[in-house]
Design a protein around this ligand. Structure first.
Ligand code: ADP
Ligand SMILES: N[C@@H](CCOP(=O)(O)O)C(=O)O
Length: 382
């Protein structure tokens, strides 16, 4: 046992940052870490080509699940967030994603017996991108263990095939402050692949934590699935995360959003987004520019009902009331509130927590750095 032990780190992420709904992502210094112990090679795990053109639910197929489940032992370190996460590899988001990548490359299972130990410092369902980190982790896991040698651009495509908004996965994989969009050409097979055979159920439509695309026979995603740019981030700016002690599933927080927006609301966000992406890279940061540019009319007002106290925090904590504060927003789909600031972190935490407590929301809080490195694998020993 124990020929090699690759270790992988994936960051938490804050998506949207106010007006950048489904567009901006920020990698933060809370990590999901996988430690992988690799044992002997398994013969005959290759050849799933016969399944590639079929839409079948592989999770219902013991013939497909068993070889995969036998190839990996999954465990979580006690020191992290793992409550209620499935340990059966064919049902767990990290390993299920890896399985999808393997099947895209003609493999039914990991080519070697592995033991994966997950240490997860990212709280689940809080808007800090735990699912994006899990998806990126799964892609890197398959890439390492099966020696796929995928470039990051291809790993991004595979991650985006699962997590269908690019903000979190782009930042988790690439690191830093990232703007991205999913490429959608209505006239090509590409769109059919996304909407049809490739992902028969859109993530937004899933009723449960089904991650339906993962359960289906895979098609390689077309390349590229997205375009992105890594933006400058002023080193003085830290992220204060006020983390409510309740979970809000992203799918639930997307379900409350309207299907259509007025032109006034779209223009409101576009104008602020353009200013904000530039302002957050300027050193020293200008609170008078950043604070109003973090206003949003696309998602936060519609989600406010799911996060008691959000509106009061956004209206009460300003650069005038707390020097050093630059702006505040919902992190991802919430319920975490992210406050960008250069100093006075304790005051920000105390005031935000007091407001939320008055709304009967208990919180944890932490000050996070922007993680510039993104996801990486490391060989610990051989
Ligand atoms: N480390 C992990 N291992 C396995 N599954 C995970 C992990 N992290 C997140 N998930 C899955 O993602 C879900 C949370 O995703 P989501 O609702 O999008 O919230 P978040 O804002 O945390 O990404 C969890 O309930 C779980 O199903
Ligand atoms: N743009 C998405 C981001 C969801 O992030 P998460 O961390 O809450 O999963 C959205 O706002 O729905």
């Amino acid at each position: 046992m124990g020929l090699t032990e690759p270790k992988e780190n994936k960051t938490s992420t804050a998506a949207n940052l106010g007006p950048g709904f489904d567009t901006l992502g920020l990698a933060l210094s809370l990590y999901l870490t996988l430690q992988v112990q690799v044992a002997q090679a398994i013969p005959d795990v290759v050849n799933v080509n016969s399944h590639h053109d079929e839409i079948i639910d592989v999770s219902q197929s013991p013939a497909l699940c068993e070889p995969f489940n036998q190839s990996v032992k999954l465990q979580y370190a006690e020191s992290g967030f793992s409550a209620d996460l499935p340990l059966e590899p064919s049902r767990n988001l990290i390993t299920k994603t890896a399985w999808y990548v393997l099947r895209c490359h003609g493999l039914l299972a990991f080519p070697r017996h592995i033991t994966v130990t997950v240490t997860n410092a990212i709280p689940l369902g809080r808007g800090l991108g735990s699912s994006a980190a899990a998806v990126v982790a799964g892609v890197l896991l398959a890439n390492e263990v099966a020696n796929l040698n995928l470039p990051k651009s291809r790993m991004l495509d595979l991650s985006l095939a699962i997590e269908r908004h690019p903000d979190n996965v782009s930042a988790a994989l690439l690191g830093g402050f990232v703007a991205s969009y999913l490429h959608e050409d209505q006239t090509t097979d590409h769109t059919r692949a996304l909407e049809g055979q490739f992902t028969p159920v859109d993530r937004d439509n899933r009723q449960t934590d089904a991650f339906a695309p993962l359960a289906m026979a895979p098609r390689m995603p077309p390349a590229p699935l997205s375009h992105y740019v890594q933006l400058p981030w002023a080193p003085e700016i830290k992220a204060v995360a006020i983390i409510p002690q309740f979970q809000l599933a992203t799918v639930k927080a997307r379900a409350v959003l309207p299907k259509n927006y007025t032109r006034a609301d779209v223009v409101f966000n576009l104008q602020r987004l353009a200013v904000l992406t530039h302002a957050l890279g300027q050193s020293p940061p200008d609170a008078q520019l950043i604070y109003p540019a973090m206003a949003d009319r696309v998602h936060q007002p519609h989600r406010a009902g799911l996060v008691p106290g959000l509106t009061t925090v956004l209206e009460t904590l300003t650069p005038e009331t707390v020097p050093g504060l630059l702006g505040a927003c919902l992190s991802g789909a919430g319920p975490t509130i992210l406050v960008l600031a250069t100093h006075n972190f304790d005051t920000i935490i105390t005031q935000a927590r007091e407001i939320l407590a008055k709304h009967e929301v208990a919180t944890d809080a932490t000050v996070l750095e922007v993680a510039s490195k993104g996801a990486e694998s490391q060989l610990l020993k051989s």
